[in-house]
Design a protein around this ligand. Sequence first.
Ligand code: NAD
Length: 365
Amino acid sequence: MTTAPSNQPLRVGVIGLGVGLAHLKAYAKMPDVQIMGLAGIEDDRRVQLGEDYNIPYLHRDYAELLAHDDIDAVSIAVPNALHAPISLAALNAGKHVLCEKPLARTGPEAEQIVQAAVQAKRVLQTVFNHRRRGDVEVLKRYVDQGSLGRIYHTKASWMRRRGIPSLGSWFTNKELAGGGPLIDLGVHMLDMALYLLGEPTALAVSAATYAELGPRGRGADNAGKQQVGSNYEVEDLATAFIRLADGGTLLLEASWATHGSAADDYGVTLYGTEGGGEIKVKNYSWEDTLRIYTDVADVPAEIRPEVRKVDGHLAVVRDFVQTIQSGNWSAHIGTEGLQRARIIDACYQSAQQGREVLLSGTASS
Ligand SMILES: NC(=O)c1ccc[n+]([C@@H]2O[C@H](COP(=O)([O-])OP(=O)(O)OC[C@H]3O[C@@H](n4cnc5c(N)ncnc54)[C@H](O)[C@@H]3O)[C@@H](O)[C@H]2O)c1
């Protein structure tokens, strides 16, 4: 779908008052955007943010926000179970949608949202802000130049020492979150790896999940997430071995709580025939995180490229706005969010069944 480029201000709404604030901040920095509406269930916070950002429409109920004809696009930053119903309602109301990760709890749920975007002829994008990092930007260029040769194995992980996002919150509730650290943190690292690798197709996964600390009330931070009085129903560690169609393999690990050295550390390692690349991020640092491994005059060498600091949410939101304003929408139907959701879904199935699962959905023998 292509329409004429627009130079009218884009009128946006934000649904969700947690990380939704990062969306508000980003939209507020863009001169060609008008923030028209905000929805969220914490009354005081909604009113305060409404004042801070001078927002005309403030609603507890997201449906009331979506009923405004003078809102063109919405950011959706609510518990994972609401991504599908709110995205579907928004797309059916003719809004463009920027949905927080994960696009949905399962592959079929994500598929429904993508279908709705296609039918509505509207932009659908998922927030993958960590791939916008300066180190990822440099490594991606290096990979695309062919400097690592053929990348045959990749490791991607996000591990925390004590980072369950609030015991009793929606994050630890299976129905509301869809899963634990794999769907929460692992989806970012899966995205980073697949993006760096040039979007290879995933063929099969073999995964295991564990819930060793959370159910015993251990490993939580005090992130102040929306409380729903939930028991601990999701994993606290997941590991997955993913076979890719290009013959490569990807090892993905995610944990909210571990007895290990990581405090809140994530990264990706690419092993190529001509070189290697490694991003190691400790506690969200951005400097000195990238290494390139190569041979110089037949001896091993390590390169430390300079990288810039990037505000990931700002970069994602700017892309969303520019995509809508360009009028060139057809490629933006949530495909990457859907692919990530299918792989994560297959990981949970594999963990439950205790065997490899093919991405077609059939378990291998
Ligand atoms: N990209 C990132 O770096 C990043 C970071 C944090 C969270 N997230 C994602 O953002 C989403 C929200 O996470 P969070 O950390 O902000 O959670 P949170 O608990 O801090 O906030 C959830 C928000 O959802 C709103 N909400 C709940 N039910 C609602 C309803 N029926 N109508 C309108 N609003 C409703 C609440 O008002 C609340 O403000 C999740 O999908 C999470 O995975 C992404």
